[in-house]
Design a protein around this ligand. Structure first.
Ligand code: PMV
Length: 325
């Protein structure tokens, strides 16, 4: 019986979330927190999909009919998209596991979708490559999120770091963070709706646009300076830009007391920079620190976070980790 495993990275937004909604630039990067899919051919009769994190499973026949929990419908769309591209549907079981906090703005659903599509096609001896893999995984996200921007799937597929502006092709970003510096990802555990946070920020910004436009311009300048700092490995500047970016996000109403506490404690315990990442109102904060400072930082922020993970950024995209082919 054939078997294949694949994985794909999660993403963090380093700079520019929310401001990007109004056409300004943002920078997103891949992280070493990955999602994995293990696909195994079975004797039949159909398809079994299991999510370890969500603790749910569903089954389908080979016409994609059956009993599938709502959280797993995204994967049915992946199979439908693969079928449309000529892949035969065979009886198999897939186990999906995310090594990053889920529903926390780190792109776990996109990473899992990419990993599944890659593992399934690797098992057929015909693994999808970049653009095709991205397109297939996006079919799943359309079901999960309505109108995904595609950033999570782009990062999960291609890895690396990108700068993007609405409606334009993402640009690859050069990153040269020196050895000895690490990002921490702290999950507040507070669940929030990206859509509601986005609407709230827009409402504030539009009600005081004469002032808010300066904030949005400043955020765009931060991106410009951050692109230089990432290239030259100027971690000190990068950190300062993170703190300022957090302040601007707070100004448009998308922070949360736990996020502010994490950023404050990080600053007091010597982190180079810290900010919320993604939609805010909860979810995750990212912290940039020198390795020796990490223990102290983790201790001080731990009361505001349910998980704190060390993560490398700018890592490789989707990979086939095993294939019996
Ligand atoms: O929830 P996340 O981490 O995928 O972040 C959403 C990013 C926003 O800029 C707030 C919204 C958007 O569509 O870009």
């Amino acid at each position: 019986m054939r078997r294949a495993e694949a994985s794909a990275p999660g993403k963090i937004i380093l700079f520019g979330e929310h401001f990007v909604v109004k056409g300004y630039r943002a920078i997103a990067t891949s992280t070493s927190l990955r999602a994995k899919a293990s696909v195994e051919e079975i004797r039949g009769p159909g398809i079994v999909i299991e999510s370890e994190n969500l603790k749910v499973r569903g089954s389908l026949n080979l016409n994609l009919e059956g009993n599938m929990p709502r959280e797993l419908l995204v994967y049915v769309e992946i199979l439908r998209a693969l079928k449309e591209r000529g892949f035969s549907l065979i009886p198999h079981r897939v186990k999906l596991k995310s090594y990053m906090p889920i529903s926390a703005g780190l792109g776990s659903s996109a990473s899992t979708s990419v990993a599944y599509a890659l593992a399934y096609t690797a098992l057929h001896g015909n693994p999808l490559k970049d653009r095709d893999l991205l397109e297939v995984s996006l079919e799943g996200e359309k079901v999960a999120h309505g109108k995904p921007s595609g950033i999570d799937n782009t990062i999960a597929t291609l890895g690396g770091t990108i700068a993007y502006r609405r409606g334009e092709e993402p640009l690859k970003v050069e990153v040269n963070i020196p050895e000895g510096y690490t990002f921490l990802i702290a999950d507040t555990g507070v669940k929030r709706s990206t859509r509601e946070a986005v609407e709230h920020a827009l409402k504030i910004a539009e009600s005081i646009w004469k002032i808010a436009s300066l904030i949005y311009e400043a955020a765009d300048r931060i991106v410009e300076e951050a692109l230089k700092a990432l290239k030259t490995g100027d971690v000190k500047t990068l950190g300062s830009l993170m703190y300022v970016n957090h302040g601007l996000l707070n100004a448009i109403g998308v922070s949360h007391e736990k996020l502010d506490s994490i950023v404050d404690e990080a600053r007091k315990s010597g982190a180079l920079g810290a900010k919320l990442t993604g939609a805010g109102w909860g979810g995750c904060a990212i912290i940039l620190a020198r390795e020796p400072a990490i223990e102290n930082i983790v201790e001080r922020i731990s009361k505001h976070a349910v998980t704190i993970e060390k993560a490398r950024i700018n890592v490789e995209g989707a990979t086939i980790d095993y294939s019996s082919q």
